[in-house]
Design a protein around this ligand. Sequence first.
Ligand code: SF4
Ligand code: SF4
Length: 306
Amino acid sequence: MKITKILPNINKYVDKSTPCYYPDETAHQGLVVPEIILNYGKLRKQIREIPSVVPLLVKTINQSKKSYSQLCEQPKNSKKTISQKQLDNFSKYAKSLGIFHVGFTKVEPSMIFKGKKILYQNAIILLMEMKREKIELAPSFETGHEIFVTYYKLGLAVNKLTEYLKGLQYKAQAGPALGGDVNYPLLAQKAGLGLIGKHGLLITPAYGPSLRIAAIYTEIENLPSTNLNEHEWIADFCEQCLQCVKKCPVHAIYGKTKVFSDGSKEHIDYKKCAIPFSNNNRCTICIKECLFFTENYHKIKDNYLK
Ligand code: SF4
Ligand code: SF4
C-alpha cells in the first residue's frame, strides 16, 4: 500500500502557477515515518500499540492536512517586517505550547526534499522535547507512544503559531511535524540550534537529541537569523565517542559517516534501522544512549575543550 497517496502533500494544495521555492539537483528524498512502519513493520509486533498509536497518527495527519489546506488563506495587505515586541510575544506563545527553542534561518534549495516545494524561504524553527522519563525506557511501548504524542503536539503547535502570525498580517506556511517538505535537522543546525550527531539527529544543549522539529516558512524578512553555530565541536567529539554506533542493535549507524560529492551526508543505513524502528516501538536506543542525553551538555563541553 502506498501510504504517501493518503498522506497530505503540498502539491495537492498549491498549483503550479504559484511562485514557490524548489529543491536543487543535490536535494534528497524525504523519509515518511508511517510509510516506513507500513513497509517494514510486522502486524504481530505492533498489536499492542495499534489502539493507542493509530488515533494519534490520524490526529497528527489531520494537523498536517490542516497545515496545507490553510496555505491559500493568506492575509491581504501583508507586512514583511516584524517588531522585536511581536517576536518576543511569538516566542512566549510558542513556549506556552511546549516549544523549548525557537530559531531562525533561510532555507537552502538543497534542504527541500525532492518533489516538494515551499512558499517562503525564511524559516522559523521550532523544537519540542520528548520526555526524558519515556525515552529512558527505550525500546518500550511508552517510548514509542511518546514519539507519536510529540508529533501530534508539535503539529498542533506549528498550526497555532502559523495562524498567530497570519493574524498579525504576516504570510506564513506551517511545515508539518510529520512528513515535512524540508530536512528539519539540517535547517535547525543552520539556525545554530544544535549540531547533527553521528546518529543523524540534532543534538541540543537543553535536551540532547531527545526532541522533534517543525518549521514555519514566512515572508517576514527581518528575522534574527544567524550563520554562527557554537556547537561545531560536537562533530569531533562524536568521532571519539561512537557510543550510538556501538549500541545500535542492527549496526545501522555508520562509524564513518558517508559524505557525497556535493558535501551532503548520510549518517545511517535507513533500511537496516527501519526493522527495529518499525517492529520494536520505534527503537530509539540511539537517543537513549547518546552521551548528550545521559550527561549534561555543558559538562561534556567543558571536559572536552579542556
Ligand atoms: S533507531 Fe535503533 S536501529 Fe535505528 S539507528 Fe537508532 S539505534 Fe539504530
Ligand atoms: S552517542 Fe556519541 S557519537 Fe553518537 S551522537 Fe551521541 S555523542 Fe555523538
